[in-house]
Design a protein around this ligand. Structure first.
Ligand SMILES: [Zn+2]
Length: 295
């Protein structure tokens, strides 16, 4: 599933080829699109047709395309796209062969096409009035690059949930998914099951740095392609080749050589090095007590 670095890569790739362009034609593939485009298809088409894409930005895992209608004064609209599990939003020449499961084809004033393809259809797109955007995103957590260490630390305070689950909680921190949560915990040397509230200040500080470093590295690598993710140019990312622990169960730890282990935390795989990411002492003690039994 695309996470913050993948969505940021798509946004950066779309900008030079779609920002500032007029939308000349909107082609919606009706039946299979049902579920991807939210709301009324006719009003969706009307909002896009003839609009200029004035700005392309990202909030969490959402791509935001601001629309301006040169001849239609009134409220400003934003076309919001979430890629879901397998969504691809990319620009190509009109002659490029259409991928199977292409739901939307938008012809731009440059002659190129902006296409949306999504085999599993967990993606969604809708048009939101710009004044309603803050309410639309009200429940989303903070951007990892937009908060201080102090605020970051506060997200974990007094929480009993495993640190990895707190990292994945989009209402607290937005954009970090399973891949980068695993990677950041490895870099910070923190066991994924550590209760969030038990993290010491030096661990929080290491985790804060690690999250940002891993996300930045991944953006530089154009994201990680573990299944369908493609950049806005339609090519796979490269960061999957640099992942340290994610999906590497049984392989040697890149730091110490111990075998990488996998553990399931609330339905999601956690990959970690048992030597570089020891579990907290309290957990060991509890286990020993349990093994010793009463008396
Ligand atoms: Zn290790």
């Amino acid at each position: 599933m695309p996470e913050l670095p993948e969505v940021e890569t798509v946004v950066r790739g779309l900008r030079p080829r779609a920002q500032g362009k007029l939308i000349q034609r909107v082609e919606i593939r009706q039946a299979p699109t049902f579920g991807v485009i939210r709301g009324n298809l006719r009003s969706f088409r009307r909002a896009l047709s003839g609009a200029r894409i004035s700005r392309i930005t990202r909030r969490a895992k959402y791509i935001l395309l601001d629309l301006e209608h040169p001849r239609r004064a009134g409220k400003s609209l934003t076309w919001v796209v979430h890629l879901g599990m397998t969504g691809q939003l990319y620009v190509c020449k009109p002659s490029a062969p259409r991928l199977k499961h292409t739901h939307l084809v938008v012809t731009l004033s440059s002659g190129e096409q902006l296409r949306y393809c999504d085999p599993r259809r967990f993606g969604k797109m809708l048009v939101v009035s710009r004044v309603d955007l803050p309410a639309f995103f009200a429940r989303l957590g903070r951007e990892p690059f937009g908060l201080s260490l102090q605020r970051f630390s506060r997200l974990f305070a007094e929480r009993r949930a495993p640190v990895k689950n707190v990292l994945l909680n989009q209402n607290l921190l937005s954009g970090v998914g399973n891949i980068y949560a695993n990677e950041a915990l490895f870099v910070a040397g923190i066991h994924p099951a550590t209760p969030a509230g038990r993290l010491k200040q030096d661990q929080l500080s290491r985790l804060f740095q690690a999250v940002r470093m891993v996300l930045r590295e991944a953006i530089n690598g154009q994201g990680s392609t573990v299944s369908d993710y493609r950049t806005a140019e339609g090519v796979p990312g490269s960061y999957q080749n640099h992942l340290r622990v994610y999906d590497r169960e049984g392989e040697p730890c890149p730091r110490c050589g111990a075998r990488i282990k996998r553990l399931v935390l609330v339905g999601r795989s956690a990959h970690f090095c048992p030597r570089c990411q020891p579990s907290v002492r309290g957990l060991h003690k509890r286990k020993e007590r349990r093994l010793a039994g009463p008396g």
